[in-house]
Design a protein around this ligand. Structure first.
Ligand code: PLP
Length: 362
């Protein structure tokens, strides 16, 4: 058996890399929340939520935006806006909308999602050729293309802008709508140096999350044309997302947009360091062998056991990660992690590998 001795807590506390959603609001963010001017957003509007919506619309280069409780809701309402029951949307096979939202497109809106398999989450225009259904009584009607940037399950991959623009141009030329799941669009922007407005411009609607790397406790926004956002606001109420004094949480999102965007580069640097540690570790390999942003997915050689056991060994050393497949583990960097915790994690990866490798060689 591998070492079972329990480690002391590392400096900075447990290293929670399960997701970038685990961050706690900073004291400054909490002060901004406490000071927020509020109103009833379902009756006459909340001034702070209004301010956030205007900020997001402007940053993404859209006419309007609607603040919502979650990224799942922004995506599902976008699908509702663009499609009718019995319609289908085209998307990457491993995307969040298709895999991580309980099939809500089917249960809530009566839609079919048709997966196209990308190369580590990246689709090219060629993948879409001949994918639009003919008008035929046997077939679903193809209405929408959904892309995801960065791509979560493909280890935070940044979508190449030229390919994205080619796909959207093709979609619009063929009468399809386009939606971008930009839960981590700010990571894509900071990593690529391309403005979020440019990353958004070819899409009809774009959703962004404040509760991921930006570090807000709650909240996402959907942005797009003004008339579509009026309808989105109506759907939001029906989906249970009408919020009253939402300025309290909108203030956290505003704070995040003002203070936590450029610092995503630190998370990306930490992910690179972690990745290098993994490359140097026998029995572990990056999957893919590239890290674009803050998500690191690595393969555990079956010779040292399954990912689930590896995760338990790390947990007993105060490093929390998720097994995402029988031999794959995901680690996510974020604003509550410091450089020492990254170094500690690399040490623990080596310790676990050594322990497991020794226990197998007998
Ligand atoms: C987290 C995430 C969402 C939204 O998730 P919620 O938990 O509903 O906020 C949507 N898309 C992607 C790619 C995500 O990573």
């Amino acid at each position: 058996m591998a070492s079972t001795k329990v480690r002391d807590l590392p400096a900075g506390g447990p290293v929670d890399m399960r997701s970038d959603t685990v961050t706690r609001p900073t004291p400054e963010m909490r002060r901004a929340m406490a000071a927020a001017e509020v109103g009833d957003d379902v009756i006459e509007g909340d001034p702070t939520a209004d301010r956030l919506e205007k900020m997001v619309a402007e940053q993404l280069g859209k006419e309007a935006a609607v603040f919502m409780p979650s990224g799942t809701m922004t995506n599902q309402i976008a699908l509702r806006l663009h499609c009718q029951p019995g319609d289908e949307f085209l998307c990457e096979a491993n995307c969040h909308i298709l895999n991580m939202e309980q099939g809500a497109f089917a249960s809530l809106s009566g839609l079919v999602g048709r997966p196209l398999l990308g190369n580590f989450g990246v689709l090219s225009l060629a993948d879409f050729q001949d994918q639009i259904h003919a008008v035929n009584d046997h077939l679903t009607s193809t209405r929408l293309v959904c892309l995801e940037n960065t791509h979560n399950r493909a280890a935070g991959t940044v979508q190449p802008l030229d390919e994205v623009e080619a796909i959207c141009q093709w979609a619009h030329a063929n009468g399809l709508m386009t939606h971008l799941d930009g839960a981590r669009l700010f990571n894509a922007s900071v990593a690529s140096g391309i403005d979020v407005q440019q990353l958004s411009q070819s899409f009809d609607t774009v959703s962004v999350c404040f509760s991921k790397g930006l570090g807000a406790p709650i909240g996402s926004a959907l942005a797009g044309p003004r008339d579509a956002m009026v309808r989105a606001r109506r759907h939001r109420k029906a989906f249970g997302g009408g919020m009253r004094q939402s300025g309290i949480i909108a203030a956290a999102a505003i704070y995040a947009l003002e203070h936590h965007v450029q610092r995503l580069a630190v998370d990306h640097e930490h992910a690179q360091q972690l990745g290098q540690g993994i490359r140097n570790c026998e029995y572990l390999s990056l999957h893919p062998d590239r890290i674009d942003t803050n998500i690191v997915i690595f393969h555990v050689d079956p010779a040292v056991g399954p990912a689930s056991q590896f995760v338990r060994e790390l947990q007993s050393r105060h490093v929390l990660v998720y097994a995402v497949a029988p031999q794959l583990i995901r680690a996510v960097t974020h604003l509550d992690l410091n450089a020492k915790q990254i170094t500690y994690t690399i040490e623990m990866l080596n310790e676990v590998v050594d322990g497991l490798a020794k226990s197998r060689v007998k």
